[in-house]
Design a protein around this ligand. Structure first.
Ligand code: F6R
Length: 587
């Protein structure tokens, strides 16, 4: 959450930073700020709103060779210009941009107030520039003041610091992502590679508890040992599947439509890689899936086909609920960690706990150059390309495809699964093309409802949960997805006339899920069937192709399209739902 970028070099730094901030907007978009440094003069511009709504000409900024920027997702302090970053020191000389949370900010603030400092924002961040100022006033050199300040911070942070008197960018990282990129006599620093990948992909992925300075070169230091460290640059192969197309108004729809191609590219990876992971899984005694939100739902769905295909009983758990499970991790365990961003704080924590207990960690990640692959023993990349919409759609399909392939590889059927997945890509395409109009019609008839229910059984229950998440986060309709059998154990009490219930039907569960549909129908609820066959209980029928295997990959596609249409009809921004950010780097 929150995106930060800095640049020092011969280009127009302000332009580079503004362009980078637009790429980082998915990390937070309630406000933004830019600071540039020219001839020992710090110029700051901050604004409430999304950076994409503003251009260079809207800001009182000029060409310089050193600039930094921040796009915010509020944690501490309301969405106001005062709370946007950079946060400045009392003397106005030091600017700090921060992603993360300083846990001991209140204690530090009191200390600073005691020293005569005043505060003009509600942020935790504002203590950082003031602490640096405090140490400088006590005679510390800038670098020493920076290090001493960092040693007082508890919590998570990626920070960029500018001091008006120094032609350099100071930075530090604990728990929030930060990469340094090296070009030709120029350096970039950002929360993720996409912010500057256009210029260079030669980077240092900063480990936690490190800080440094960008001058005409980059110096890196360990916060623990206080000594200088050398970390080699690596060139990250970026899957560039698209240059940002200014004509694209809504990435959600674009990303939904891309899914057949995304699935094919995800599974286009070496068989040996899957065989190696399958062998690790076969030799283990316990297999866990973890993730948050949509990534967790992919693990939940996968636990069904690992049971049926690989005959392995896996435990899916929400990363934020790792808690008491920790004691079950040991050196006979495999943890499969799922994350589009590779930076979700709860997932990283679960992985660290599992690793400490000796478990083998297999990561499924989309974004390269992120923290999760650094922690994992093995990584499978989703290869889904950049997902700009805050909602995960195409990465969910890539996750399911890879997990389906892995389950079959464990069972010794890699090639068969590969063939099935190739066919499924065509089936997804068919749903996208043939069902778009029906789904739009369903949305038109139901978008005024306050509630939406989705039911399924077996892996379709995991798809129901995922579909409900899509609907609620983008259209703000209250939606619940759950196993159809649970209906009469509670939620049926909420069913009333015309409330829509989507029923996800699979051949194995048809009889029982249709009887659940009848329970809803008897209470005058409206039934939207997602099935390969029509049925008289359906008020609306979304037809999916009949496939003998891998149905879970198809079931969410109409739900994604439904969520998109509901959002549009309700006037919601499908790419930037309120209060959400794509990369959740705080717990
Ligand atoms: C929902 C969504 C979120 C993410 C969750 C985990 O559409 O996008 O629920 O799935 O925040 O994010 P990653 O996969 O980046 O760990």
């Amino acid at each position: 959450m929150c995106g930060i970028i800095g640049y020092r070099g011969s280009r127009d730094a302000t332009a580079v930073v503004l362009e980078g901030l637009k790429k980082l907007e998915y990390r937070g978009y309630d406000s933004f700020g830019v600071a540039s440094l020219a001839v020992n003069k710090l110029v700051v511009f901050k604004q409430v709103g999304a950076i994409s709504d503003f251009g260079y000409a809207d800001m009182p900024l000029t060409r310089t060779n050193l600039a930094v920027g921040h796009t915010r997702w509020a944690t501490h302090g309301a969405v106001t210009t005062a709370n946007a970053h950079p946060q400045l020191s009392n003397d106005g000389k030091i600017a700090v941009l921060h992603n993360g949370i300083i846990d001991n900010w209140e204690a530090l603030r009191q200390l600073l107030v005691h020293e005569g400092f005043t505060f003009s924002s509600g942020t935790d961040t504002e203590v950082i520039p003031n602490l640096i100022q405090l140490y400088i006033s006590k005679g510390y050199a800038f670098h020493d003041a920076m290090r001493t300040t960092l040693q007082h911070l508890h919590g998570s942070y990626a920070v960029i610091v500018l001091h008006e008197d120094f032609d350099e960018i100071a930075f530090a990282k604990v728990g929030s992502p930060l990469l340094v990129g090296r070009g030709d006599n120029e350096f970039f620093i950002a929360s993720d590679l996409s912010a500057f990948a256009k210029y260079t992909t030669n980077v240092v992925v900063l480990p936690d508890f490190h800080y440094g300075f960008i001058t005409s070169n980059v110096s890196l230091f360990s916060l623990d040992s206080e000594s200088r460290v050398e970390i080699p640059y690596q060139t990250i192969a970026v899957d560039v599947d698209e240059e940002e197309d200014p004509a694209i108004q809504q990435y959600m729809l674009k990303e939904i439509m891309e899914q057949p191609r995304v699935l094919l590219r995800a599974i286009d990876q070496s068989k040996d890689r899957f065989e190696l992971l399958a062998e690790i899984i076969r030799k283990s005694q316990k297999v866990f899936f973890t993730g948050c939100g949509t990534s967790f739902h992919a693990g939940l769905a996968a636990s069904y086909f690992f049971a049926s295909v690989a005959k392995i009983n896996c435990t899916p758990f929400l990363s934020s609920e790792t808690g008491k499970l920790v004691e079950f991790f040991d050196d006979k365990s495999v943890l499969i960690a799922l994350s589009q961003s590779g930076e979700t704080a709860d997932v990283l924590d679960a992985v660290k706990l599992a690793k400490n207990r000796g478990a083998v960690v297999i990561a499924l990640v989309n974004v390269q150059g992120t923290t999760l692959p650094l922690l994992a023993d093995h990584t499978l990349y989703l290869r889904a390309g950049v997902e700009r919409c805050v909602l995960s759609t195409k990465t969910f399909t890539a996750q399911l495809g890879l997990l389906y392939l892995l389950a079959h590889t464990v069972a010794g059927n890699f090639s068969l699964a590969h063939t099935i997945l190739n066919q499924l890509a065509a089936s997804i395409q068919e749903v996208l093309i043939t069902q778009a109009a029906v789904i739009r019609q369903v949305a038109e008839k139901t978008y005024n409802n306050s509630d939406y229910f989705i039911i399924g059984r077996d892996f379709a229950s995991a798809c129901a949960v995922e579909g409900a998440l899509k609907i609620k986060e983008v259209s703000y309709i209250h939606a619940e997805g759950f196993a159809g059998g649970e209906l009469k154990h509670g939620t049926l009490a909420l069913v009333r006339e015309s409330i829509p219930t989507v029923v996800l039907v699979t051949p194995d569960t048809r009889t029982r899920i249709l009887s659940n549909a009848m329970e809803v129908k008897s209470r005058k609820g409206c039934i939207i069937g997602v099935d390969s066959l029509p049925n008289s209980v359906f008020d609306y029928f979304i037809q999916i192709p009949h496939v003998s295997e891998g149905l879970s990959l198809l079931l969410c596609i109409p739900l994604q399209l439904l969520a998109y249409n509901l959002a549009i009809l309700r006037g919601c921004d499908p790419d930037k739902p309120r209060n959400l950010a794509k990369s959740v780097t705080v717990q």
